[in-house]
Design a protein around this ligand. Structure first.
Ligand code: ADP
Ligand code: ASP
Ligand code: MG
Length: 406
């Protein structure tokens, strides 16, 4: 007997027929003698619709009410899934975030989990009742509903698996595992049987939305066994494992991309101590994350050009914050560019192999693709390029690193 957490994404609960299919899958695990907690997302498309409604009513909305609205998609699917289980003779009940309770901080729309009280749920599960948990939502001080950021049901599932000390956390999605690159863009992408926690963490944080970044962080810290697989077929998916467990180590194991990027260039910024702090300080104070940064010394050595990237949705606010401070910062021009993407190659093998960056630069050069900014860490190299070359770059790099399926 094992204790399992099964998470079903939006496509797996997209309509009643699919919810019935989920119920059958859960029933099989129960009949095999397992204790099961299920975590569900909203039906696919529902959260987008809820967000759109919020924006229609209030452009600069109160985040507490945003959460009150967008958390509702999961309330519907948790109730429907519990009903579908009862209909086929499986004892089940739904749990909203506040009922568990799954407590979070008060950072509405991207709250972080503080604690999960599992004793009632565990007792129920031990007595043979399947717990069907509404993913993505929690409760903050003052009993306000919170949500965990887009894609947050992955994090609900892994956090619950850690709290319940589950033997495994299965993430059912619309692809049958983690691929070497997004299979919707690179058709030659290969499914990985295993991927190291650290690689998965980089892949997720660099844009591969198959798992929410925070869920991988939690899995790594609490050593939760995570499997990514499909609910539409019966076959094993991808296991996220310790690096030591991987049999066939690749130098590069995956390529990720992010369209959520925008580039800002400030020209002729004074080259003296304190300037970078004066520029990035106001951005940090306004919760704008700066990712890549490059600085070029100008010819006269007195001024520099500074280029950096922010999330695309933060671009307008960034431009305004810096323009308002132009006199104090003393730059000449501010050039915003939202038409950029970040492409990253990832692999733990990079620690011990040279030449990975060179392959990336040569491959892009051969295709006539200009690299605008570069950043590296121990196990990844990222470049910023013009958005129009995204697909070309991904496919060329996928081939260059020998990742194409045969
Ligand atoms: P869910 O609704 O089940 O949470 P998501 O849409 O959040 O599903 O995540 C699954 C999607 O992630 C896939 O449809 C795929 O397009 C995308 N994806 C991006 N990179 C990868 C990758 N390396 N491997 C698998 N899927 C990926
Ligand atoms: N329904 C939420 C979203 O669309 C959470 C999730 O699906 O993981 O972002
Ligand atoms: Mg998701």
């Amino acid at each position: 007997m094992a204790r399992l957490v099964l998470k079903f994404g939006g496509t797996s609960v997209a309509n009643i027929e699919r919810i019935r299919n989920v119920a059958l899958r859960v029933k099989r695990e129960v009949e095999a003698g397992n204790e099961v907690a299920v975590v569900v997302s909203a039906m696919s498309g529902v959260t987008n619709q809820l967000v759109a409604w919020v924006n229609e009513v209030a452009k600069f909305y109160d985040p507490k009410e945003y959460d009150a609205v967008v958390a509702t998609g999961e309330q519907v699917t948790s109730g429907l899934t519990a009903l579908a289980l009862q209909e086929i003779g499986v004892k089940a009940r739904s749990w909203q975030g506040w009922q568990i309770p799954l407590r979070t901080d008060a950072t509405h729309s991207k709250a972080r989990i503080d604690s999960i009280e599992t004793s009632d749920m565990a007792r129920d599960m031990a007595a043979g009742t399947v717990a069907v948990v509404a993913g993505f939502q929690g409760v903050a001080e003052g009993n306000r509903v919170t949500t965990l950021g887009r894609g947050g049901s992955d994090t609900s599932a892994v956090a619950l698996a850690a709290a319940l000390k589950a033997d495994r956390c299965d993430i059912y999605t619309d692809v049958d595992g983690v691929y070497t690159c997004d299979p919707r863009i690179v058709t030659k992408a290969r499914k990985l049987d295993q991927i190291a926690y650290e690689e998965m963490l980089e892949m997720a944080s660099l844009g591969a939305k198959v798992l929410q970044t925070r869920s991988v962080e939690l899995a790594m810290n609490h050593r939760v066994k995570v499997q990514v697989l499909t609910s539409f077929e019966d076959k094993p998916g991808t296991m996220v494992v310790d690096e030591e467990e991987i049999v066939e180590k690749q130098v590069v194991s995956g390529i990720a991309y992010s369209r959520d990027e925008a580039k800002v260039t400030l020209t002729k910024v004074a080259d003296r101590p304190g300037v970078a702090a004066a520029i990035f300080g106001p951005l940090a104070e306004n919760a704008i994350n700066v990712d890549m940064i490059v600085q070029n010394i100008s010819d006269d050595g007195k001024a520099t050009d500074l280029t950096f990237t922010v999330g695309r949705t933060d671009l307008d606010r960034t431009v305004k914050l810096l323009t308002d401070r132009r006199a104090a910062l003393g730059f000449s021009e501010l050039k915003p560019d939202p038409n950029v993407v970040k492409v990253s190659v990832i692999g733990v093998g990079m620690r011990s192999h040279a030449g990975v960056a060179l392959t990336m630069f040569r491959t892009l050069a051969d295709k006539g693709i200009n690299i605008e900014v570069i950043s590296t860490s121990e196990i990844k190299i990222s470049v910023l390029i013009d958005e129009q070359y995204l697909e070309l770059a991904l496919r060329a790099l996928h081939t260059a690193y020998g990742l194409d399926a045969h």
